[in-house]
Ligand binder design. Structure first.
Ligand code: FE2
Ligand code: FE2
Length: 177
């Protein structure tokens, strides 16, 4: 049932594409910040692998922005800086803290993509499949983070909590602005 004030199906679609484009943009920037700090170390290859997947996610949503004529979020310049800063700062805290950042971010994205996929009907099956495919890759990134001892980072619980809630705020803002 649609109530007055509820978003129309078109508005819902626009929000989905806008926020996912913003999120993948930010994710790509997080890894850039981490690679600039840790890229020549033992975690360089795994960080570049995850960044390459984020770049593919980003390119896909950039294509949808154009194809479906959706306005991108006005906050891309902010996510450009904030994503990079988050990546560079966590990387400067150490390899484990960088991985803790990945675990927290990818958990937020997993929950976000799950909710989106559930909200899309059969008329948007292709978009739903794309989201589900990317969600699978985000969960792989989370697993990579755990494998590389994210949970052993000093202050893991706090880092995880702050970053995950920060992602949720960024998601809520990027859907609307
Ligand atoms: Fe992604
Ligand atoms: Fe990811």
């Amino acid at each position: 049932m649609t109530l007055p004030g509820d978003p129309t199906p078109r508005q819902t679609l626009e929000r989905i594409i806008r926020v996912d484009h913003a999120g993948e943009y930010g994710a790509q920037r997080i890894y850039q910040g981490q690679i600039d700090v840790l890229g020549r170390g033992p975690r360089g290859d795994v960080l570049r692998h995850m960044q390459a997947q984020e770049q593919h996610h980003l390119d896909t949503f950039a294509g949808l922005i154009a194809e479906r004529r959706v306005r991108p979020t006005a906050l891309l310049p902010l996510w450009h800086l904030a994503g990079y800063a988050l990546g560079a700062v966590t990387a400067a805290m150490g390899e484990r803290a960088a991985m803790a950042c990945t675990v927290a971010v990818e958990e937020a994205i997993d929950e976000h993509y799950s909710a989106q996929a559930a909200s899309l009907g059969p008329d948007e099956a292709a978009l739903r499949d794309t989201i589900e495919k990317f969600r699978g890759e985000e969960l792989e990134h989370r697993a990579i983070g755990i494998e590389h001892e994210a949970e052993l980072a000093p202050g893991y619980r706090l880092i995880h909590k702050v970053i995950k809630s920060g992602c949720k705020v960024a998601i809520a803002i990027s859907e609307r602005v």
